[in-house]
Write a protein that binds this ligand. Structure first.
Ligand code: NAP
Length: 240
């Protein structure tokens, strides 16, 4: 049986991916702070899920939980990082900025770091992170969210480069960049090109199985990505 960990599986994309993994016969460790939601997920297939409820902002706890999982399961084939927050913060409220950095930068780095070092030791493994199309440019409504996603994307690319240091070529890094997906994070009505959670998760899962390096979700966001990469800052400033 293959083993996996999904960080941020109490709701949204992580939860859906955890379900797909269980359908494919994986043992899945699911994490998040909302224990009751993790218990609800586990009740769908009690044998397949292991619950670890904790806050990824607590870096010591994150390491402790990770090491406990590895001690119990021995090897991990797939680690999906889907724990993240996205706060609109037009007033640059420091608490919101700091909260975003603690979750999306510090928490994420700890998880990337633990995962990569484990895979290096094992000689195999697949790290997947749900970053965002937000990684491509700045944004005046949520500066720390957009910057945190740029950080994640660059860190993951570094790990991809670093994977050449591991003999055998069996360590993979996948960067998943969604546009808008209908979860609690994408609040509001009439959001542009919002994908259903089901459609987005299916495309994400397919990319994971194919061990893609990077992918935009849904596919049509490739067009937006191309535009964002070449649009001058003055134009984005004018239009947004
Ligand atoms: N939805 C979109 O439109 C969209 C677009 C691009 C990228 N993304 C990215 O996709 C990822 C998943 O988000 P989602 O859309 O599925 O939203 P979501 O339903 O809010 O899922 C976020 C997950 O992260 C966990 N999490 C957040 N803060 C945490 C903390 N401090 N400690 C532990 N777990 C924490 C949440 O669990 P608890 O609350 O239970 O702790 C939850 O399981 C995020 O990284 C997000 O940036 C989403």
């Amino acid at each position: 049986m293959k083993n996996s960990i999904v960080f941020g599986a109490s709701s949204g994309i992580g939860k859906q991916l955890a379900r797909f993994l269980v359908e494919d016969g994986y043992k899945v460790v699911v994490t998040g702070r909302r224990k009751e939601l993790l218990e609800e997920l586990k009740s769908e297939n009690p044998e397949a899920y292991i619950i670890k409820a904790f806050d990824v902002q607590d870096l010591k706890e994150t390491s402790f939980v990770f090491n406990t999982i590895v001690t119990n399961l021995k090897t991990i084939d797939l680690i999906i990082h889907a724990s993240g927050i996205g706060l609109v913060n037009e007033d640059l409220d420091w608490k919101k900025e700091f909260d975003t950095l603690k979750t999306n930068v510090l928490g994420a780095t700890r998880i990337y770091n633990l995962a990569f070092n484990l895979f290096k030791k094992q000689g195999f493994g697949h790290l997947v992170s749900i970053t965002s199309i937000a990684s491509l440019r700045g944004n005046r409504f949520a500066p720390s969210y957009f910057a945190s996603k740029a950080y994640q994307v660059n860190y993951l690319e570094s790990l991809y480069f670093k994977s050449k240091e591991i003999k055998g070529g069996k360590v993979y890094v996948t960067d998943i960049r969604p546009g808008f997906v209908d979860t609690r994070m994408a609040l509001g009505d009439g959001i542009f090109w919002m994908a259903s959670l089901e459609k987005a998760s299916k495309q994400i899962y397919r990319a994971i199985r194919l061990k893609k390096r990077r992918v935009y979700i849904t596919k049509r966001w490739n067009i937006i990505a191309c535009v964002l990469k070449i649009a001058p800052s003055w134009l984005i400033k004018k239009l947004t």
